[in-house]
Design a protein around this ligand. Structure first.
Ligand code: ADP
Length: 871
């Protein structure tokens, strides 16, 4: 069927749509944004708005259509982006009143998950990164930018490191070349929750093209100044990012002025599983911020501080000097409660300077944004004054770094009224006295209003009609209103011209009134246009200072975080850790930061930890379920992370050797997601530890090996422990059900056993949550089952079976799961012990079998007999 000729507007629509077919095109028509065709159908599902059809009478050719009024743009953009879609915002770029026929339209911006700047679309407490990845051979180049603050970083990584870094950043959107669509690395990244990919032309990633994009962005002819000139892969990724920003933003990116190379070695490596297992920024089961380490330690009072703290938590440091520098500042703020209180109070009044500055730079700031920016700048002198003459190096440096930006502040204060509106085209934002012409237009408009009062009085006098009124409405302009009754009495002067009849009155105008109207309306319109112009000029002027403002925002963020860590330390009774290079971990009365904060004060039972190369670097913790094993080993990991963030730690005393990589693994039973065989997942992750941990690492294992049969599980746990002890030599805490492992202490120099103390009286057990030396020697599984509400007949039966088994195999202190269990006497005895646990005749039969002489059929027969014997 031949297409009917398109209207000029639909033709315009088609052209704009063709430029970016994947994005939902929001086509501005008067006061509405309209979507057509597939866009309308897709959007109606996401936005919950109705689809109608345009040109309904054309039957088959009717085009689906959906739309919303223009003030609702932000809220609809939020929904589109949350659904993982992109939206191209198309505006009328000419004033429809001034053109005949079709208005010009153009896409002014493409909104994507990774390029948001609107306050309402962003979580103030978390960074929103756009990333790009390039891969060549075994190396990858990664670049990431936060458009809403202008921070731009890049890193060169091994391919195996990519997933961890992506997990650390958790970008809202990641760009990859069309050539990588089927690459295996991309497939594995797609498995990460929340990972959203945007495919881009390979051209953008070409080395020369990418370099050129960076030259243009930074106004340079070499990248040497950034120290990245030789980093080919990162440059490719960074260039592709810039090209994408240019294409989607169509606005100035003047606030992106620096590229910061990221070095992995400077940061404590935490892989994705570790982050999740330790619930650093969200909880494992519910994925919520509540209950995470971040939430518990977050005492920041500004949004930029909250974002920086999240970065501290996910990227702890490895340099003792840098850690000490932070600790020094925190210590000073812990000791000086007045200074801390004053800083926090002042900071509490600050707005999100980083994001405000970025909105100014991209030309999206509204009057209220600028006003908030001015108010925040007004706080800087106070903050700077408080930070003078500080002892710690870090605080003195921050004091020096507070740039007051007085010109920016005074130009905002001079120009804007105290409480400006959100809109920029409707006037009311510029202060009286700021601009003579504006003042003149405004007084013309106010004078006009008193002219009306006078005119009305004159007309009443002239006509003798007391009820005569001069009014105004948007459609008809100024009018004289006289009630029907009076109008009919024939008292209306001849020069009144009838304009409109309403319910009870007649409306008229006079040539005089018309002339006046032109003047006043003109003055209003011109005043508004002038205010708009003055505002954009002001915004441009401030925009030139965006990099300094962002810098000021980052200084405030740092002060906020240090003061927040100090507040936390003071309130929760934390101590300053001693951070050293030896691979030790010595903590007195350590507490789990999250549980400690959640439990009523004093309910958490503190525990000591001592790991050192000579005195046991590998701790095996046994004990019944619910005793507190997981809590204890996580506490150790979290204390290490906090210390390396530069935070005080929940302990009486702590001496911590810097950790280069931290691994935490939770046994399969705690992690049942992700489709793969849970045991497979567990083993892949364990392999990852065994291959990547160094003697400087810290490894936390919780119930590893449980995803398989008992014998397999014990054997694997055993072998893994040996490997960590003999080959890797890292600090390790292993919480396990396998009491067999306690035997390892006898043969391995650095292994120590510990258990979680439990007291028992009259069949009741009490968990003391106290870590004691030595292996656990009782199983409390049935007691725990009772506490959990397992019905008593089941418990009785379990006791019967337990008694029976103990009678059969002798009392087995280590018994905790599975019907067949023996205490293992030594490492070498493990294999034998498995058979020793089997019924006697079976062994006899097996021993007698001459395996070399058996035919396949005979072997099957033997197997069959053995099985029968086993019952
Ligand atoms: P396990 O790993 O041995 O099964 P968990 O570490 O999960 O045990 O601890 C079980 C519960 O005991 C936790 O939810 C917590 O409420 C409590 N608990 C653990 N350790 C402590 C402690 N040191 N002080 C107070 N309560 C604790």
């Amino acid at each position: 069927m031949a297409d009917a000729p398109l209207t000029p507007m639909m033709q315009q629509y088609r052209e704009l749509k063709a430029r970016d077919p994947d994005a939902i095109l929001l086509f501005r028509m008067g006061d509405f944004y309209e979507m057509f065709g597939d866009d309308a159908v897709r959007a109606s599902a996401v936005l919950g708005i109705a689809v109608t059809t345009r040109d309904r009478d054309k039957g088959d050719q009717a085009v689906p259509m959906a739309g919303f009024p223009h003030p609702a743009l932000e809220s609809y953009l939020a929904k589109i982006v949350q659904a993982g879609l992109r939206a191209a915002v198309c505006e009328q770029i000419e004033d429809p009143k001034l053109v005949k026929g079709l208005v010009k339209r153009d896409v002014v911006r493409v909104v994507t998950p990774g390029t948001l700047t609107e306050e309402s679309l962003l979580d103030p407490r978390s960074a929103n990164y756009l990333a790009a990845v390039v891969e060549v051979g075994t190396r990858t180049g990664l670049a990431w930018v936060e458009l809403s603050t202008g921070r731009f970083s890049l890193a060169s990584l091994l391919r195996t490191e990519l997933a961890d870094e992506i997990a650390r950043l958790s970008p809202a959107e990641t760009l990859v070349s069309e050539l990588s669509v089927d690459a295996p690395w991309l497939r594995s990244l797609r498995a990460q929750p929340g990972f959203a990919v945007t495919i881009r032309p390979s051209w953008d990633f070409q080395p020369e093209q990418a370099r050129k994009a960076l030259f243009d962005q930074f106004g340079v002819t070499t990248l040497e100044g950034f120290g990245i000139d030789d980093r080919a892969l990162e440059i490719q990724a960074a260039g592709a990012l810039v090209a994408y920003l240019r294409e989607t933003q169509k606005a100035s990116l003047g606030h992106i002025t620096r590229l910061t190379p990221y070095r992995r070695a400077d940061v404590l490596t935490l892989d994705e599983t570790t982050r999740r297992s330790l619930e650093l920024v969200r909880t494992l089961r519910e994925g919520k911020r509540e209950g995470s380490l971040l939430q518990v330690v977050d005492r920041t009072v500004t949004p930029m501080g909250a974002r920086l703290l999240a970065e501290y938590v996910t990227s702890p440091l490895t340099s003792i000097d840098l850690i000490e520098e932070r600790l020094g500042a925190v210590a000073e703020l812990v000791n000086d409660a007045t200074l801390r209180g004053e800083l926090r109070e002042t900071l509490g009044e600050a707005y999100d300077l980083e994001r405000l500055a970025a909105r100014v730079a991209t030309g999206r700031a509204n009057p209220r944004d600028l006003s908030a920016l001015g108010r925040t700048l007004a706080l800087l002198p106070r903050i700077k004054a408080r930070l003078t003459a500080r002892r710690s190096h870090r605080l003195s440096r921050l004091e020096a770094a507070v740039e007051l930006c007085p010109e920016v502040r005074s130009s905002i204060e001079a120009a804007l009224v105290d409480d400006p509106p959100l809109t920029i085209k409707e006037g009311g934002l510029i202060r009286p006295g700021y601009h003579p012409e504006l003042d003149r237009l405004r007084s013309a408009s106010t004078e006009g209003k008193s002219w009306i009062a006078r005119y009305q009085a004159d007309q009443i006098r002239r006509t003798g009609i007391a009820g005569l009124k001069v009014g105004f409405n948007n459609v008809f302009g100024y009018y004289i209103e006289i009630s029907h009754a009076q109008a009919q009495r024939g008292e209306v002067p001849a020069d009144y011209i009838r304009k409109q009849t309403v319910k009870n009155a007649e409306r008229y105008y006079t040539p005089e009134l018309k002339e006046f109207e032109n003047e006043v309306r003109n003055a209003d319109e011109r005043a508004n246009a002038l205010e708009y112009e003055l505002f954009t000029t002001l915004r441009d002027r401030v925009s030139a200072d965006a990099p300094r403002l962002i810098q000021a925002g980052s200084v405030l963020a740092q002060i906020d975080v240090l003061a927040a860590l100090a507040e936390l330390a003071a309130r929760q009774g934390y101590c300053r850790p001693e951070v050293v290079s030896d691979p030790v971990f010595e903590v007195e009365a350590g507490r789990h930061p999250v549980l400690d904060a959640l439990l009523p004060h004093g309910d958490f039972v503190p525990n000591d930890t001592k790991l050192s190369p000579d005195d046991g670097g590998l701790l095996l913790i046994t004990g019944p379920n619910m005793a507190g094993k997981s809590t204890y080993i996580r506490q150790v990991a979290l204390i290490a992370i906090m210390a390396q963030m530069g935070s005080f730690v929940p302990a009486r005393r702590a001496r911590i050797g810097v950790v280069d990589r931290l691994f935490a693994r939770v046994g399969a039973t705690d992690e049942l997601s992700r489709g793969q065989s849970t045991f497979m997942v567990e083993m892949t992750e364990t392999a990852n530890i065994l291959n990547n941990a160094t003697s400087q690492s810290l490894v936390i294992l919780d119930e590893i090996g449980r995803g398989t049969s008992t014998f397999d599980g014990v054997s694997l746990a055993w072998a893994i422990t040996e490997h960590l002890h003999d080959v890797v030599g890292c600090r390790t805490l292993f919480a396990t059900h396998y009491h067999e492992l306690v035997e390892l202490e006898k043969t391995k120099a650095r292994i120590r056993n510990a258990n979680v103390a439990v007291s028992e009286s009259q069949g009741e057990i009490v968990f003391l949550h106290r870590i004691a030396p030595g292996g656990a020697d009782q199983s409390y599984g049935i007691h725990v089952a009772r506490l959990a509400g397992v019905p008593s007949p089941v418990l009785d039966r379990a006791r019967e079976i337990l008694a029976f088994l103990e009678k059969q195999h002798g009392p087995d202190p280590g018994l905790s799961e599975g019907p067949i269990r023996r205490k293992v006497k030594s490492a070498r005895a493990l294999q034998g012990s498995l058979f020793a646990a089997l019924p006697e005749p079976l062994i006899v039969e097996l021993r007698q079998a001459d395996l070399g002489a058996l035919s396949p059929e005979q072997a099957l027969d033997l197997l069959q007999r053995l099985r029968d014997l086993a019952g």
